[in-house]
Design a protein around this ligand. Structure first.
Ligand SMILES: [Zn+2]
Ligand SMILES: [Zn+2]
Length: 294
């Protein structure tokens, strides 16, 4: 009974999120804090589930992990969100306006199709961005996310700021869709981002795991392995269908996550990660000039 309840919790929670945003009054959607409030409730909910149905003892949350994760959630909802709006979404909306791009057909779709459209647009972009990060110089921005040594509800928010910004980029601003549909899609993303990083024993039904990403698939993506190439799979965030479509899906799961020597990085180390060699070089030069002058 308890097992069935938890196995059906992710699909049931997605349904609740869709129903919530389908029925929510306009005044609530218009409040600047509405999305942040709902996202926070979902993160707290999944984090709480870790306490009652743990997946692995080694992933158990502690104070240090919790405070780091909360820092990143707040950082993402404030600094990164502001940068995305100012540097990406607003300019894209201006381009749409100046070129006279019209997608009014999207405004007349049923609510569920609008949400699906937004989820697919975001997810398609994120799939290729994430895949590019694993197969190009962009890896140096994404590597800190793979240095996490345990999975927890808010770990999806942890990473280098450059990566956190790049992964939020999407072309949704080019489409005419109601804000409620965008918020609903963002809500599904937040909820499943928490589930796919969580220390909760969900073993969801096959139909669900065929479409949506899961902790099994994502823990494999985070697996600690001497072969870096072994983590080049399961790039999806919310959905797993693009991995199935483009040949990067792998079945399985991993309990031991992390990379290199499985050293956990501090927030500072994650922030400077792409520049660490450059900073070490400056430090070495300073050291050399001090020893020459002394
Ligand atoms: Zn990755
Ligand atoms: Zn991850």
């Amino acid at each position: 009974m308890k097992k069935t309840f938890f196995d059906l919790l992710p699909p049931a929670s997605v349904a609740v999120v869709v129903l919530f945003w389908a029925m929510v009054p306009t005044w609530f959607v218009e409040k600047p804090w509405s999305l942040v409030l709902v996202s926070s409730v979902m993160a707290v909910f999944v984090q709480f589930l870790e306490l009652i149905r743990e997946r692995h003892v080694g992933w158990r949350i502690n104070k240090r992990e919790l405070f780091t994760d909360i820092f990143y959630v707040i950082f993402g909802a404030t600094v990164i969100q502001w940068l995305t709006t100012k540097l990406a979404d607003d300019p894209l909306a201006a381009v749409k306006h100046s070129l006279g791009i019209e997608t009014q057909w999207a405004m007349h779709l049923p609510f569920l199709l609008q949400v699906m459209l937004v989820v697919l647009l975001i997810e398609f972009g994120q799939y290729w961005m994430h895949r590019a990060m694993h197969n190009s110089f962009l890896w140096w921005t994404h590597a800190p996310h793979h240095n996490i040594t345990q999975m927890n509800a808010m770990k999806g928010a942890v990473g280098n700021p450059i990566e956190l910004f790049l992964i939020t980029l999407s072309v949704v601003a080019l489409f005419d869709v109601p804000e409620t549909a965008v918020f609903c899609a963002a809500g599904i993303q937040t909820l499943l981002g928490c589930c796919t990083h969580s220390n909760v024993r969900f073993d969801s039904p096959r139909w669900y795991t065929f479409i949506f990403n899961t902790i099994e698939a994502h823990s494999l993506h985070h697996s600690y392995t001497p072969r870096y190439e072994d983590t080049r799979c399961n790039y999806g965030g919310t959905l797993i269908i693009f991995d199935r479509m483009f040949g990067t899906y792998r079945q399985g799961e991993s309990e031991i996550v992390g990379q290199d020597e499985r050293k956990r990085l501090t927030i500072w180390e994650q922030f400077i990660y792409p520049f660490r060699e450059f900073m070490a070089m400056i430090k070495a030069r300073k050291g050399a000039s001090v020893s020459v002058s002394s």
